[in-house]
Design a protein around this ligand. Structure first.
Ligand code: RP5
Length: 167
């Protein structure tokens, strides 16, 4: 049974949404990935959002751009957490997507990550699932340690080489 449902409004969203998929794979979290347009095929969208719970999904990661109602509509139907990923747009730089997703009216929250924030969407989904999964929690702690070590290694290199020779 998939634990996470990744859904995006268009295949143009794939470069961002695949980052979420890669994070879930890294942590061994099962997921489905769909391209569903809430405005171009509302019937397909409603079926998806209504069935997600019975299919075992615990978190939905929904990415969309422009007048980005896909995440909000997922949150209107799906009773568990929805993470929204705003896409960058050429006309308004993604502010249109960001505001559409983050400015949900009271009562229907969408946990919104940064514009293009597919990786953080995956990590946030993992953290939500880790609340009731100790093994996953340990993997997330290891991941934090790896990030810390990576920064410390860079600083050690800088201290050794000086900023002119830093690569
Ligand atoms: C939204 O419109 C999609 O999420 C996408 O970000 C944006 C543009 O879609 P395409 O014109 O690339 O299909 O529905």
């Amino acid at each position: 049974m998939p634990q996470v449902g990744i859904v995006m409004g268009s295949d143009s969203d794939m470069p961002v949404m695949k980052k979420a998929a890669e994070v879930l794979e890294r942590f061994g979290i099962s997921f489905t990935m769909r391209i569903i347009s809430a405005h171009r095929e509302p019937d397909v969208f409603f079926d998806y959002a209504r069935q997600a719970e019975s299919e075992g999904v615990k978190v939905i990661i929904a990415g969309a751009g422009m007048a980005a109602h896909l995440p909000g509509m997922c949150a209107a139907i799906f009773p568990m957490p929805v993470i929204g990923v705003p896409m960058h747009t050429s006309s308004l730089g993604g502010r249109d997507s960001l505001y559409s997703i983050v400015q949900m009216p009271s009562g229907i929250p969408v946990a919104t990550v940064a514009i293009g924030g597919g990786t953080n969407a995956g990590i946030l989904a993992a953290k939500i699932l880790a609340v009731s999964d100790k093994a996953l929690l340990e993997k997330l702690k290891e991941y934090s340690e790896e990030q810390k070590k990576s920064v410390m290694d860079k600083d050690a290199r800088l201290q050794q080489s000086g900023y002119r020779d830093y690569e």
